[in-house]
Ligand binder design. Structure first.
Ligand code: ADP
Ligand code: MG
Length: 371
């Protein structure tokens, strides 16, 4: 059996750097998708190829494990390994990646690849697993086989998101809830600005911030339950880090309340406050991200903030539809004037989560005599 499956990347509206601290985050699935063509094999061989990355993997299921295979194939092979480890009857596949979320732009091409592979394998081997179980396998693939230290937001968004909604993820217990988010209906758009910058010290800085947050938790308990009075009692060097977590979780709650009341246009100042907190308290922004958000605001965005781990990557700007071109032009011009490479500006509408492509055709074929 052969088929084609796809899964989207994601962007996070708010709730940044809180997934390792029992926090809430609110991503939506972007229109860009990773597409895989997959054939079920009758043996345990894996043949993995991609139109986007060099290096074909041709090996056996038994060769997969932590650190193996190396490179991009680990994201796919890791999903099969995690499902097999969990006791599910998976076997070999031939898989080819034919389309992709932009790689390494902070839009989560890694989770899109894992999730597209996961729903393909689930269907081809008739596992019938809930998407929450598939998400767990994708997270294990990334953490254990690839060895990337990431939370579960990307996989939940790619597998569970629906068009016209953001998905509220409670990282304390894994609960999710759809939250209406349809910028176009409010005359708005979310622009995703990829600065194309990634500072070399990003990973080390991420680890330091995480360590400071974990130290805070050891002293005052879960920051989900902490208030600013408790944070004020922390040692000065870790206090601002914890303050970001506590205030950011509160901002997610404020945004969700506004969205559920249909007041989408009012979330702009909360996005601005999130950026200020990431820049001043957590200190994970950089000159290029600050330039992107400040320029977007001056050109008419209602709110803007950096997204992702920081020290480069992307920013988002909530922009009136009639200011979209002006904001994009202004950001490109500002980067040009600063001698920086031209950023990519994309318009992102909340889109569907992972699914089989061309399902109606497949059903039609599967039911002969049906017109
Ligand atoms: P992001 O998830 O933000 O795009 P990551 O560094 O987490 O960035 O993941 C990017 C990596 O995922 C790539 O370097 C590659 O190994 C793998 N990857 C993602 N999409 C594809 C694809 N279409 N084909 C092959 N590998 C891919
Ligand atoms: Mg990733």
């Amino acid at each position: 059996m052969t088929g084609q499956w796809s899964a989207p990347g994601r962007v996070n509206i708010i709730g940044e750097h809180v997934d390792y601290a029992d926090g809430l985050c609110l991503p939506f699935a972007i229109p860009e998708r990773t597409v895989v063509e997959v054939t079920r094999r009758n043996d345990d061989r894996l043949r993995l190829t991609s139109a986007f990355e060099n290096g074909e993997f041709d090996g056996e299921l038994t060769e997969i494990g932590p650190g193996s295979p190396k490179g991009w194939a680990g994201y796919v092979a890791g999903v099969l390994w995690a499902l097999w480890e969990a006791g599910h009857p998976v076997h070999g596949i031939d898989l080819h990646v034919t389309a992709s979320v932009p790689l390494g732009s902070g839009l989560s091409s890694s989770a899109a690849l894992e999730c597209a592979a996961a729903i393909a394998v689930d269907e081809l081997f008739e596992l019938g697993l809930p998407r929450t179980e598939l998400a767990k396998a994708c997270i294990r693939a990334e953490n254990e086989v690839v060895g990337a230290n990431t939370g579960g937001m990307d996989q939940a968004a790619s597998l569970l998101a629906t068009a016209g909604n953001a998905i509220l993820i409670d990282t304390r217990n894994g609960d999710t809830r759809q939250v209406p988010f349809s910028p176009a209906d409010a005359g708005l758009a979310v622009l995703v600005i990829d600065t194309k910058v990634r500072h070399a010290h990003a990973d080390g800085q991420y680890g330091q911030r995480r360590a400071a947050v974990e130290e805070s938790i050891a002293l005052i308990g879960s920051l989900r339950d902490a208030d600013l009075a408790a944070v004020a009692g922390l040692p000065a060097e870790i206090r601002p880090r914890a303050r970001h977590i506590v205030t950011e979780i509160a901002r997610v709650e404020q945004v969700v309340a506004l969205l559920e009341e249909g007041r989408l246009a009012e979330i702009g100042p909360i996005l601005d406050a999130s950026h200020a907190s990431l820049a001043d308290d957590l200190e994970v922004s950089c000159a290029e991200l600050d330039l992107a958000v400040e320029t977007a605001r001056v050109a008419g965005a209602l709110g803007a903030r950096m997204v992702g781990g920081g020290f480069g990557g992307s920013a988002i700007a909530l922009t009136p539809l009639d200011r979209v071109d002006a904001v994009g032009d202004a950001v490109r011009a500002a980067f040009g004037a600063a001698g920086l490479a031209e950023p990519t500006v994309r318009l992102s509408e909340p889109s569907a989560g992972a699914h089989r492509d061309g399902r109606s055709l497949w059903r039609h074929r599967a039911r002969p005599g049906c017109r």
